[in-house]
Design a protein around this ligand. Structure first.
Ligand SMILES: [Fe+2]
Ligand SMILES: [Fe+2]
Length: 406
């Protein structure tokens, strides 16, 4: 590899304005494009360090409880969450704005899908001309995107702090382009993502595609058994209307396509005493529990579909969740969710790549053949564990016997 050749074309953070005059109209502040450094942090990891706020890693976390620190760039409190299961394709941030406060306006060429955890306020969005700004009012439960590369600013209009969480695909973009100026100070206008119309954030869907009947003839289920709603704003995911789903028994969901994003988004609910079919897929499906309590089981797919039968139970991870738990099932790990609480379990999934509208070519993130284990094929120990934990919690097993038969 010719390092000298690479170096000659590279732009150092504090140089190159004359050599690069045609393209470098502004000084390049945060460049992670140093060709002579090997085995250092990825550009995204370098960016995280510069952000100067906590970065939480691991398997799952409570978004309502994590400690936030002053986030200078944004002008509020913040923390990043970068969990194993993202495989580095998406991240999350949590931000808190005090009463009377607002974030510094920003724009960026990564996608961002936001959930309001508490408080009320508004977000201003504009493209180029601030005179053409549009505003979306929100409170706890609202979900909306910052449309790709539009200017946006969040304002707390209530009496309590606002806490919000967002999933972004910044890691992919920052690692690919390596200049944060290109990411955060880019004049390209994605007109199809945001057209500036006043009703852009209307809760009225532009289109709705109902659930397609589920095919239970094989182990692998093709895409398309979920309902799809094309909309840029959901006022309250706790109350959002859901439609028959098919991942479990009497479960309901709605998949949303927002701002023509590549990242996926859906809300799902399943009843007490039931659990969902085990399945596996690509990385980054970031689940945030909204209601209910229960647990999930996960294991690497390499150990097969019946880990208990095979004596590999040590590799099965089980963890409990409740409102506020954020979890990302690891890449292609089998996972399933159990409701052992007293109320329906509801969650929102922000991020992930199972978007039927804009699938990726790389099978590293897209799921052309989503794999699942139907109830008759699962390890019998799975339902036993659920029944035992339900009994201990004073609950009742409500799975109909028929689902375990072909
Ligand atoms: Fe943003
Ligand atoms: Fe999943």
């Amino acid at each position: 590899m010719c390092l000298a050749g690479v170096a000659a074309g590279a732009v150092a953070p504090s140089s190159g304005t004359s050599a690069q005059a045609a393209t470098a109209s502004r000084p390049r502040t945060d460049s992670y494009d140093d060709p002579v450094v090997f085995n250092e942090l990825s550009p995204y990891r370098q960016f995280l360090k510069k952000e100067g706020i906590p970065v939480y890693e691991g398997g799952f976390i409570d978004v309502n409880k994590i400690e936030l620190k002053p986030w200078k760039r944004v002008g509020a409190l913040g923390a990043y969450i970068f969990l194993e299961g993202t495989a580095g394709t998406v991240d999350a941030w949590v931000c808190e704005i005090p009463p009377g406060g607002q974030t510094t306006a920003e724009r960026h060429i990564f996608e961002e899908q936001i959930l309001i955890l508490s408080g009320k306020g508004r977000t201003q969005v504009w493209q180029g001309d601030p005179g053409k700004m549009i505003t979306v009012e929100w409170e706890r439960g609202a979900v909306f995107p910052s449309p790709l590369n539009t200017w946006h600013r969040h304002i707390n209009t209530g009496k309590d702090p606002v806490r919000m969480v967002a999933i972004t695909n910044a890691p992919l973009l920052i690692d690919t382009f390596r200049h944060t100026d290109f990411i955060f100070d880019n004049d390209y206008v994605f007109t199809e993502r945001f057209d500036g119309r006043k009703d852009y954030f209307s809760p009225k869907p532009a289109a709705f595609y109902p659930t397609v009947a589920r095919d239970r003839t094989g182990k692998t289920n093709a895409r398309g058994h979920h309902s799809y709603t094309i909309v840029n704003y959901v006022p309250n995911v706790w109350k959002a209307e859901l439609h028959p789903a098919g991942q479990g028994v009497e479960d309901y969901d709605t998949h949303y396509a927002m701002a023509r994003n590549s990242m996926a988004l859906h809300v799902e609910q399943f009843p007490t005493g039931t659990y969902e079919r085990c399945h596996r897929h690509g990385p980054g499906s970031t689940i945030i529990l909204l209601d209910g309590s229960g647990f999930s089981m996960m294991w690497p797919h390499e150990i097969g579909t019946t880990p208990f039968k095979e004596g590999k139970q040590q590799q099965v991870r089980l963890f409990e969740w409740k409102e506020g738990t954020l979890v990302v099932p690891p890449l292609q790990w089998f996972h399933q969710h159990f409701n052992s609480g007293k109320t329906p379990a509801r969650f929102v999934k922000l991020g992930g790549w199972n978007n039927d509208l804009y699938p990726f070519t790389t099978t590293l993130v897209s799921d052309p053949g989503r794999t699942e284990i139907d109830y008759p094929d699962e390890d019998p120990r799975v339902r036993q564990i659920f029944a035992e934990r339900l009994t201990a919690a004073g609950g009742q097993f409500k799975m109909p016997e028929s689902v375990f038969k072909r």
